[in-house]
Design a protein around this ligand. Structure first.
Ligand code: ATP
Ligand code: MG
Length: 204
């Protein structure tokens, strides 16, 4: 099997995430995408996240019973810190015969040299599926110099640049902007029902 591993805080999950996962599934010929909900990522310490139980419900609502998309409990079942390198080691133990393809946006790839045990993380990934995001161009040579072996693993997905982020959507919801169609229908409905993201975040 070829397994996509898609980590994130998904606060909330939006159509950018779904398009990334769907394009990866098709273009990288994956059998399944495991969505790894990270309770408390080590790099996002500056704002309070929506409780993970609620983010789990939002993620469930995002898929509408798509059999190719599965929520992984690998990070929900263990204590922090939730480093991706440990996530990959645990998934390798669970899936010893599968090829593991880590999925991310280009902002995450750009940050990768700063991740905990980044070189080891790269070695744990058979491939990295990357969807570009609006922002500065990637310097692939610089990334390869920092993390040798990275470039042979990177597969850039063909996809439109989507200027959609959870941060921007949280801001839009708090300021009563229009946000409905940036989200899967089930996610929109839950946010409305539970009045999520209605107050502006305290700035760090
Ligand atoms: P936040 O603004 O809270 O950081 P986000 O929209 O970046 O939210 P995350 O949960 O941080 O969402 O992202 C999970 C993964 O999805 C990351 O690897 C990120 O790069 C990728 N991603 C998110 N939005 C997009 C997008 N619009 N295009 C491509 N990749 C994306
Ligand atoms: Mg992000």
């Amino acid at each position: 099997m070829r397994l996509g591993i898609f980590g994130g805080t998904f606060d909330p999950p939006h159509i950018g995430h779904l398009i990334l996962a769907a394009e990866a599934l098709a273009q990288l010929e994956l059998d399944r995408v495991l969505w790894v909900l990270t309770p408390n990522p080590p790099h996002k310490t500056r704002r309070s996240l929506t409780p993970v139980a609620l983010r789990y419900e939002l993620l469930r609502a995002a898929f509408e019973a798509d059999p190719a998309f599965v929520i992984s409990w690998v990070d929900l079942d263990r204590p922090p810190p939730h480093y991706a390198v440990d996530t990959m080691r645990l998934l390798r133990q669970d899936h010893p015969r599968d090829r593991l393809v880590y999925l991310m946006g280009s902002d995450s790839l750009d940050d990768l040299p700063l991740w905990h045990m980044a070189q080891e993380f790269v070695l744990q990934c058979d491939e990295l599926g990357v969807m570009c995001r609006p922002g500065p161009d990637l310097d692939l040579a610089e990334l390869e110099a920092a993390l040798p072996g990275l470039l042979t693993r990177v597969r850039i997905l063909e996809a439109p640049l989507l200027e959609i982020s959870s941060t921007r959507l949280r801001e839009k919801i708090a300021s009563r902007g229009t946000y409905r169609y940036y989200l899967p229908r089930g996610v929109y409905k839950l946010i409305e029902e539970l009045h999520l993201y209605r107050t502006a975040e305290a700035q760090p």
